[in-house]
Write a protein that binds this ligand. Sequence first.
Ligand code: BGC
Length: 819
Amino acid sequence: MRSPGRKQEAAMREDMLDRLVEKLTLEQKIRLLTGSTTWRTAAEEAIGLREMVCSDGPAGVRGEAWDERRTSALLPSASALGAAWDDQLLFDLGGLLASEAVLKGVDIVLAPNLNLHRSPLGGRHFECFSEDPELTGRTGAALIRGIQEHGVAATAKHFVANDSETDRLHADVRVGEQALREVYLAPFEAAVEAGVWLTMAGYNSVDGTTMTAHPLLSTPLKTEWAFDGVAVSDWAAVRTAEQPARSALDLAMPGPRSPWADGLVRAVEEGRVPPAAVDDKVRRILRLAARVGAIEERRRRRPTMRTREVRLLLRRAVAAGTVLVRNEKILPLDHGTLSTVAVIGEHAASPRVQGGGSAGVFPSAVVTPLDGIRAQLRGRGRVVYAPGPTPHVPPPPLGTDRCTDPRSGEPGVLLRCLDAAGRELYAERRLSGRQLEPEEVPGAHTVEISALLRPETAGAWTFGMGGFGRMTLSVDGEAVLDGTYACETDDPALVHVTPHLHTAQAHLEKEHPVLLVARRQLASGTGRATVVAAAPPRRDRADALARAVDVARDADAVIVVVGTTEHSETEGYDRADLSLGRHQDDLVRAVAAANPRTVAVVNSGGPVELPWRAEVGALLLSWFSGQEAGAGLADVLFGRSEPGGRLPTTWAASLADAPVTHTRPVDGRLDYAEGLHIGYRAWLREAREPAYWFGHGLGYTTWEYVHVDAPERTETGVPFTVRVTLRNTGERPGREVVQVYLARPDSAVERPAQWLAGYAAVHADAGRSVTAEVVVTPRALRHWSCGEGAWRTEPGPYRLMVGRSAGATEWEGTVTATA
Ligand code: BGC
């Protein structure tokens, strides 16, 4: 007997779903529409449905717990992946996420984030792929396919226009219909085309309606695009019962409490919410369950990747996303000619490998740039490290490096829960001073984190405590913090994950251990996080700078690593500026002046100002590049890999130059007054010159664009191909990302100055030619007609440009669209 085809299978599944929906009472149906816990959907024994487990995403799969002992593979953050312009890599990384999900019993990965780099200040910039909808859509679609290929669900989030953090729960984004369709919705449309199984409605409103109750969930999402998956709310984004229930939202997370949990049964019985609306939501949730194997699951899935494979893929991903924006014949470094390499900057030894907020995971180990460089020079050359001046950042959470559990003497801290009388209810050694656990200890009144800290230096140590409510922190019995800290925000990321740190100083003696005891009273509305942090005395600035300069002067090459912090690039806040701070800028300048063979490496999730960029020999943008950060970076530095990245976002020389920066709502409204014109589109329109264009990035070889073969005419609605023949004119094999842009200067409708229509990457050995085939889909020519409420394609000529970035055109022609 032949097995049923895909269509037949889908039809059988739909019949089964109908039968299951019919079996449920109204109460049972409505129970399915709200999560059963923070991360789980509800189960229903009557139909053999188990709970489905969700996890953030997107830089790794954390699982259900915020527990530093449950480690996860940590990918480069999304801006680094957007820089790869590489569908296959994203597909493979999707497979890695799925493998991690299976390992952790996760069915639904809350990724990818398809919001755009509208303003460089956006706090979650690191978590989004690009400023361009085409690159974002294609990159996201590849990741989604890679995840779902293995029966794990992906989630396109946050639908829609959720592109900055200031007042993110309440901001009402005002955006014109054309910009909404062509720019902000476009990546979600691509995700639906890729078959995504969930879409997450954001916290924000658009044009006055909160996204969890927005008509956009219905049209275009479910009707025009035929999305057959689940529209899930962002966490706690459902604030009223009926409006979201009448709209096309399907699932309110988290649970068990949500405005849907109560009230909705009555609303249906009293006719305010149609039963058919409830049935449709239930059917979608069951369809998702069937897809991930949560209905009558037959066998346990197995992870598909082994640790070694994971590490190699992540290392490859680091190099693939690293962008070389300047190279004065310094890179790649040649092992053979180096006897001493200076590595400089605190980020070289303590890199930022991920951004802050809900996306955070706990990697089992991180290869720092210093580790990576040392590994590559082992047995060949000497590495000398100087951290330079101490950056101005809050102290990091206590860790296993200098703390021990006072009870067992083992590395880490002691976490306890106490009742109101101070009796111990629970105690456990943990590895970090940042704790969101234990989630539920009956009768718990106070969380306590204590540790013996052994100071490696004498002087004024900085201590920090984060959390809300009544808190005390003592050092050897002496209170350094004691107060009640009100929770002034309802943003879950700030309340539960990254609360503000309060700091104080205390003098410590070298190698003389002190007992730290931090207590926080648990009261409703004070969140789950308790953070205890400590940092050694600041280095004397002049001495630290002088030491770095000495080390640089005596070296054959210098690698200076500077960057941002988890505190400046995080969910819940937007950035106030793009500066790396005077200490870091002075450091780069000083070492570059001391040694022209200086490579600067920028460790940030989004654009930063690089006022010294013309003073360094080479400049690499390494992003927040995950657990293999240093291994992949060293591969690039020493030429084992090419720096594969091309900028997914235009970098301004200074914030003041950037055309779109505002992220602060006025009277609750955030006006996207720039319309279609964000990113390079805005820079081109305003004829401004950035530091580095969208699409820019150098490899280790050179290319000649020899010939372009593009059609002169194209029929509306039919794709066409641009064939670009290139020759590798350098001495190494290389990869080039060929970019095709369109423009329509005489359009009757508003158009961007230029827009990305397609791209393709090619490889060629030294001296060889290769042809890139860039497919331009009909979508690239169309525009949204607000008058007609439909997509239209203007007949007539379009400028067609082939280039290496939005600012560097190699060839230009015309293609005429015919009806
Ligand atoms: C974030 C989402 C995330 C969710 C669950 C929200 O605050 O906006 O991206 O998936 O929390 O952690």
